[in-house]
Design a protein around this ligand. Sequence first.
Ligand SMILES: [Zn+2]
Length: 462
Amino acid sequence: MRAVLYGRVSLDRSEGKSVDDQLAECRAWARREGWRIVAEHRDDGISASRYAYGKTRSGWQSTMELITSGKADLLVVWEISRATRDRAVWSALLAPCAERGVKISTGGRVHDPGDPDDGFMLDLGAALAVRESVVTSKRIRRAVASRAAEGLPHGKIPYGYRRVYDPETRKLVRQEPDDTTAPIVREIARRLLAGEATYAVAQDLNARGISAPRGGHWDLVQVKRLAISPTNAGLRSHNGEVVGQACWPALISEADYRALVDKLTDPARRTVRDGSIKHLLVGIAICGVCGAPCRRVKNRNTPSYMCFKGFCVARAQAPMDTYITEIVIARLSRPDALELLASPAEGEVSEAVARLTQLRTRYREFEAEAIAGRLAAASWARIEANLTAQIKAAERQARPRGLPRALTDIAGAPDVRAHWDGLTVPQRREVIRALLTPRVMPTGKGTQRFRPESVEIVWRQG
Ligand SMILES: [Zn+2]
């Protein structure tokens, strides 16, 4: 019997035996059974699951070549999960083995893939290996995802921050601005926004002897990467998508962060995949089941919002965006939009709103007169300039304090829909965020069509 030995260990090395140990054991079996070893192949630090994207297992490929070319009669592995944790790879192995009568030896036993009973045992072992890999992968992703959704820090400490641990339990208490590096982050943001070249900023930091985030010198890329990190604005991102507010304080405002992203990233080939730049409701819509923010996914090829933490709810993106947009426009088009947004204590604001409504009415009346030719052009020009100034002033006073500028601007706009159409996605998001929270409620099984009643609107005020 010509035997090919294969050993593998994944990167986390949490799977027991080292490759050397696996192969040593396989060699011992071969000696015991009197098999002739024609080749030994190995893959170190490579997962055999389909979650290990983009890594080729060259040892495995060489093994498969020996089997398919009829140069081996037996594959020896320490256990089935060493061979594969992927169903497709498993079928690709079994077919040529059964065809050419190649046996598989694992755990000291020889299996014949051509024999129904042996084949069944092999399939079962492989199915268990696949399941284990899916469970592990899900467990890891869930843990990371839930920390991300809760806005908790994980992974490397971002530049500009430090972490405070409980001296007794050694648990993370908080992530807070670092006295030394936080001012550097702010300085970089300020200088780039003021129009300084990224290169010049890097040069200056180097000249001052300030070391880069991972030590060494600053270069263009490092300055840029730091400037466009959502972390600085107190935003939590996961898999490159901003998923909501983080639990740490911001070093720069969200507006400055957006401005930096706009400035430093070429829209044609953005290096950051910030879902909140393109998608209206990422991190704004929340799951009606567990309360986690929604991210954007492709659900059966349909772009959708899906609960970030689990898979509680999902809703098609396009109808959901349209629905929320229409609600916002309808709400802000009401003549009392600003008044409703203002808190009752803000008496001045309601007064200013009343004055604004009056001024706008007068403007339209004069305008109608001018159009009808009952008002001299020169007089209209004077009246128009005067009224416009008064309207502008009233608009400023009519802005309820404590509300984002983006919201008060659109609420006071003469044509809300036109104003909305002129806004960027981040600006629209700011308006929505200040106004309402869509809660994506679960629907029954098999519901395909978007139903507005499946999204609950939680108003912020008014
Ligand atoms: Zn959920």
